[in-house]
Design a protein around this ligand. Structure first.
Ligand code: 4AD
Ligand code: MG
Length: 463
């Protein structure tokens, strides 16, 4: 007998087949007529498979009638058309086997709606809920779209290092990497001698693979990196994690406008794939999380992204007739309230902001002819705010050197990076898309801790 997954067993084409399925019991209901209905989920889709267990089963009284929510079972039988609403098929069982019981007195996921806060405390069991099953399948689909999109467009996937000695964003939000040995080294006047550390110099968990991706773009043309990145910002917000996944394309011969075009096409592709291939899960988010989700995503797909300069944005915001928590002034970074106003209320569409003041952006962004702004771009979307950050890169050796100095960075540490401007320098650009911010955008969920399996944030590194 063939073992199939619930997603396959739920399709009408499965009717008539004798199969075996395995999964976890969501609920069990016993009818007076001597029949039990067991809802089984195996994670392959949102829906459950209803297993009909007749009282004639030899273990009906001893096992079936004691199946608890959360228990794992194996059931063998024939798929038949189901008269019940919301499902095309059901399994008429000839055998039901208990694999692992779940004590109803302690199993935390009883059949009721739990809060996201509570589910965060049981991150090892929350993948068994509808919401986290759907998030997980979507996260997989988005990751696949990322690889497909770049592969189809001639990009190479580069594995940039996780441990690095450079601080790409220059924001100082770094986690230091050290060995246990070093922690036990005697300290001189309380200070550790890092020349004796494993790498002979201080190293950190990467905040971005961009700088290394630039080296490869300046040889292979178009590349991307996609992996975990780390930020020790002490920001306890619903939009920040200490460990998050970022996809970073980097393209030689791309100017800022090319970069914007790519970012827009990329984001639209991710949305279109999700709507098409995760239709059932997306419908679930629409019904259970955010009733405006699907119309909003459809609208984003059909609307050209607005493109305005930082200076124009400051103008719009100062004339918005609002009292901002963070006052608006040219030269100050925009806050989430400003970004969301632009995308959600003013334009009601994604917005690409470009040409930011040089003082609030990292050293690697290309300085404009005005000398005051850099060729930065941030993509802001309704519901989330900043989802992408990128720029055209400074490709002039002298200017880059000056920028390093201006930001107090060690020239020696960036010697290799300067080399890229010394030998065969080309205009190039790239950006970073946060995977978890993308998932907030696609699901309508509002807390970033609920779209990554095991979230890391201040005070939290369980598991
Ligand atoms: O704007 P960021 O800091 O840009 C960079 O790191 C560039 N080096 C990218 C590049 O040009 N290659 O981060 C890019 C994106 C943000 O727009 C946001 O979506 C996400 O990464 N992000 C975070 N997501 C979750 N938690 C955090 N702490 C994040 N910080 C940034
Ligand atoms: Mg940014």
């Amino acid at each position: 007998v063939e073992t199939i997954r619930v997603v396959e067993a739920r399709r009408p084409e499965a009717i008539g087949r004798e199969v075996c399925i395995r999964g976890w019991v969501r609920t069990r209901r016993d009818s007076k007529a001597g029949l039990s209905f067991i809802e089984v989920n195996d994670g392959s889709c949102l829906g459950n498979l209803q297993v009909l267990a007749p009282a004639s089963l030899p273990n009906y009284e001893t096992v079936v009638k004691h199946l608890h929510t959360g228990a794992s079972i194996r059931a063998l039988g024939v798929i038949q058309a189901s008269p019940a609403k919301g499902q095309a098929t059901e399994l008429l069982a000839q055998q039901v086997e208990l694999l692992g019981d779940a004590d109803p007195n302690t199993y935390p996921l009883q059949k009721k709606n739990h809060t996201y806060e509570f589910l965060r405390t049981i991150a090892h069991l929350r993948p068994r809920t509808n919401t986290f099953g759907a998030v997980t399948r979507l996260r997989h689909r988005v990751s696949l779209s990322i690889h497909q999109f770049f592969h189809e467009n001639g990009f190479y996937y580069i594995h940039t290092p996780i441990i690095t000695s450079s601080d790409c964003e220059g924001a100082g939000a770094l986690f230091r990497v050290t060995t246990l040995d070093l922690e036990h080294l005697p300290r001189q006047q309380g200070r550790v001698d890092y020349t004796q550390d494993f790498f002979g110099k201080p190293t950190y968990l990467t905040v971005s693979g961009q700088l290394q991706a630039e080296a490869y773009a300046c040889a292979l043309g178009k590349v991307y990196t996609f992996g975990p990145t780390f930020r020790a910002e002490n920001s306890n917000t619903t939009r920040h994690l200490a460990e998050f996944w970022m996809v970073e394309p980097e393209m030689a011969f791309y100017e800022l406008a090319d970069n914007m075009n790519l970012a827009e096409a990329f984001l639209k592709r991710i949305i279109a794939d999700a709507l098409r291939d995760c239709a059932e899960d997306m419908q679930f988010f629409q019904e259970r999380v955010d009733p405006h989700l699907l119309p909003r995503l459809q609208h984003v797909l059909e609307t050209p992204f607005q493109r305005i300069s930082y200076t124009e944005a400051v103008d719009i915001l100062s004339r918005a007739g609002r009292v901002w928590e963070f006052p608006i002034a040219w030269g100050k970074d925009l806050q989430s309230e400003h970004e969301r106003y632009l995308a959600e209320e003013h334009f009601r569409a994604p917005v690409i902001l470009y040409d930011y003041p040089r003082t609030i952006k990292p050293f690697y962004m290309k300085v404009n002819d005005d000398g005051r702004t850099v060729r930065a771009m941030d993509v802001l979307v309704p519901g989330v705010g900043e989802i992408i950050g990128g720029s055209q890169r400074e490709d002039r050796y002298e200017v880059l050197e000056e920028r390093l100095q201006e930001q107090g960075l060690d020239r020696e540490a960036y010697r290799w990076y300067l080399d890229l401007r010394r030998y065969g320098s080309v205009p190039h650009s790239g950006f970073g898309l946060g995977l978890e911010r993308t998932l907030l955008f696609l699901t309508g969920l509002t807390n970033i801790r609920d779209v990554i399996p095991f979230p890391r944030y201040p005070g939290h590194a369980e598991y």
